[in-house]
Design a protein around this ligand. Structure first.
Ligand SMILES: Cc1cc2nc3c(=O)[nH]c(=O)nc-3n(C[C@H](O)[C@H](O)[C@H](O)COP(=O)(O)OP(=O)(O)OC[C@H]3O[C@@H](n4cnc5c(N)ncnc54)[C@H](O)[C@@H]3O)c2cc1C
Length: 412
């Protein structure tokens, strides 16, 4: 077994992990990144559509192009990069990490860890849809991987359940490859994904979007033969006599991502709505040596944000490892009206921060307020798009007098 001592260990080599490792190494910390796949890039590698990097590079890049830029920045940083290295366990006593790699078993003793393992897809089993269990049911990310990386088509006629961005993008992708897309179904009365994706992926290709609809039953013996679709009321309950059969051989599920935190959940407090670890403005969890960024904290809409927060976590982890990050008095952010996802969970007095939040339903215009600290109007608030509120260092100094900050969104 190879034993290594490092300042910072980054686990996960997607946008967040690459941003973190490059930043930590540039701070002068001895840094190792482990990634289970052969290549760094994470989910970006399978996102061959454009729409990445508009903020960071002021260019519209594909996912692999964005990943290549980050890899370039990482390779020149001096961080050690270990691919095909999978985390086996993370022992908080120490901390001590064991990973399996082509070079054998690694035992790593880091001073700080950045957890950047992304998110996993909500599976079919979690939906408890009645019917048979035939072949032909895929999660959207898996379907994207089959088509874009392996060059395989899942079937000939598809129904997509869920109108999140991955579902919308896969509707267009399948149509471009010659698969008939019968419909995209959405339980809520509004689409789950970005408006630009509704227009560019569905409307431009005349793919029907059925709001307030879901799959009530799947049919088929060995292979899916169709789904029963129903309309639902506001509470998501099927409305009587609205059921109809849609023949299809493929059902694609785009019903949500869940932060990957299995190795942490026994010792790092999680946020019940984000489902990732609670982090402060430095992306430091409530376990001082553990930092986290990207989709493993909460599911973010833009990769530019993920890479930037990764870098912030990397800098903070390096400073912690070098004994330069003072213990922080964290001032909790508390959810008020109309706030779902909220990152970070706490602010640090005197430190600038950006607060990211999601609303539960669309509003034409809202006022976002951070407990009297900051308040501003925002046009067109939608659940798919995170609202960003900057907290400059000046305003952040006020925090030292506050026990907590209540975050509220009110229609304006
Ligand atoms: C279909 C789709 C379309 C998107 N479209 C856009 C868009 O148009 N514009 C935009 O800005 N953003 C878009 N995004 C969002 C953006 O791509 C993601 O938010 C971002 O790439 C997530 O990065 P991450 O590093 O947090 O996670 P990931 O990319 O998931 O990286 C996590 C990494 O951790 C590794 N890992 C996990 N467990 C282990 C382990 N045990 N040991 C070692 N390694 C491990 C994984 O292999 C993976 O490489 C899209 C996302 C999807 C899924």
């Amino acid at each position: 077994m190879r034993g290594v001592k490092v300042d910072v260990l980054v686990i996960g080599g997607g946008a967040a992990g690459m941003g973190a490792a490059a930043a930590a190494a540039r701070e002068g910390a001895k840094t190792i990144l482990i990634e289970r796949n052969e290549r760094l890039g994470g989910v970006l590698e399978q996102c061959i559509h454009p729409g990445f990097g508009l903020h960071r590079y002021r260019e519209e890049l594909t996912g692999p192009e964005f990943a290549a830029r980050l890899r370039g920045e990482l390779e020149s940083s001096g961080a050690e990069l270990l691919t095909e290295a999978t985390l086996l366990d993370l022992d908080p006593a120490g901390p001590r990490v064991r990973a399996a790699s082509p070079k054998g078993l690694l035992q790593i003793r880091p001073k700080a860890v950045v957890w950047a393992c992304g998110a996993r897809e909500r599976p079919f089993g979690a939906l408890r849809i009645p019917g048979t269990r035939p072949a032909g049911i895929y999660t959207a990310g898996l379907c994207q991987r089959l088509v874009n990386i392996h060059g395989l088509l899942p079937g000939k006629r598809a129904v997509i359940l869920g109108s999140g961005d991955i579902g919308l993008i896969m509707a267009r992708r399948l149509r471009l490859e010659g698969v008939e897309v019968a419909a995209v179904l959405e339980l809520k009365p509004f689409p789950g994904g970005l408006l630009r994706n509704v227009v560019q992926c569905l409307e431009d290709f005349e793919i029907p979007l059925l709001l307030r609809h879901t799959v009530a039953e799947v049919h088929g013996k060995r292979r899916l033969s169709g789904v029963t679709v129903v309309e639902v009321d506001e509470g998501g309950k099927p409305l009587p006599r609205t059921d109809r059969f849609i023949p299809c051989d493929t059902l694609v599920l785009s019903v949500g991502l869940i932060p990957e935190v299995r190795a942490l959940e026994s010792f790092a407090p999680l946020d019940p709505v984000n489902r990732g670890p609670k982090v402060n403005a430095w992306l430091q969890t409530e376990v001082p040596w553990l930092f986290s960024a990207g989709n493993s904290v909460a599911v973010f809409d833009l990769v530019d944000t993920v890479a930037a927060l990764g870098a912030r976590a990397g800098v903070a982890a390096a400073r912690y490892a070098q004994g330069e990050l003072p213990p922080a008095r964290a001032v909790p952010l508390v959810r008020g009206e109309n706030v779902l996802h909220l990152v970070p969970s706490a602010l640090v007095p005197g430190e600038e921060a950006t607060v990211f939040l999601r609303v539960p339903r669309p509003f034409p215009r809202v006022k976002v307020s951070l407990g009297g600290l900051i308040s501003r109007n925002h046009l067109g608030a939608r659940p798919a798009e995170m609202i960003e509120v900057k907290v400059p260092p000046g305003a952040s100094k006020e925090l030292s007098r506050m026990p907590e900050v209540r975050v509220e969104v009110t229609p304006a």
